[in-house]
Design a protein around this ligand. Structure first.
Ligand code: CMP
Length: 138
């Protein structure tokens, strides 16, 4: 559905103590939390999550980084959620992220870029289902 997206707070932002600030930015921007989980991906699970990028040169680094420490996964709800959330987090490369965006504030590099945001309704559904069962959504 077009009013939901999926996000992860990545290992860099967790390790740097930014969980609270990022969740605060997300809720202040008007997103409602539908599901929320603090967990860690195995390399196998990270590879499965990012399978769409399997042929990309950055795939191995991405998988090892995303399994290097705990993450926060969440399903978020807001009108026009995909686009609104992408605007909130800024460009994939934090060097290109607009002032005030989450990646501009908390990210250091294109790999350690603080947060993930779904790029389509279809992927938001798939990614949310990867982490959350029906009884973990409120
Ligand atoms: P994310 O939105 O989680 O989706 C895939 C991730 O791969 C992306 O954020 C980046 O952290 C990482 N990545 C590394 N290099 C690139 C690249 N050249 N283009 C896109 N994503 C990249």
């Amino acid at each position: 559905s077009t009013n939901r997206t999926f996000t992860m707070i990545k290992p860099d932002a967790v390790a740097n103590g930014h969980i609270g600030s990022i969740v605060n930015d997300i809720t202040k921007a008007g997103f409602k939390i539908i599901a929320l989980k603090y967990t860690k991906l195995s390399a196998e699970k990270a590879g499965e999550f990012y399978a769409v990028h399997k042929e990309r040169p950055f795939y191995n680094d991405l998988v090892s980084f995303m399994s290097s420490g705990p993450i926060v996964a969440a399903i978020l709800e807001k009108d026009n959620a995909i686009e609104e959330f992408r605007n909130l987090i800024g460009a994939t490369n934090p060097a290109e992220a607009a002032e005030g965006t989450i990646r501009q504030k908390y990210a250091k590099s294109i790999d350690a870029n603080a947060v993930h945001g779904s790029d389509s309704d279809e992927n938001a559904q798939i990614e949310g289902d990867f982490f959350f069962s029906a009884d973990e959504r409120f």
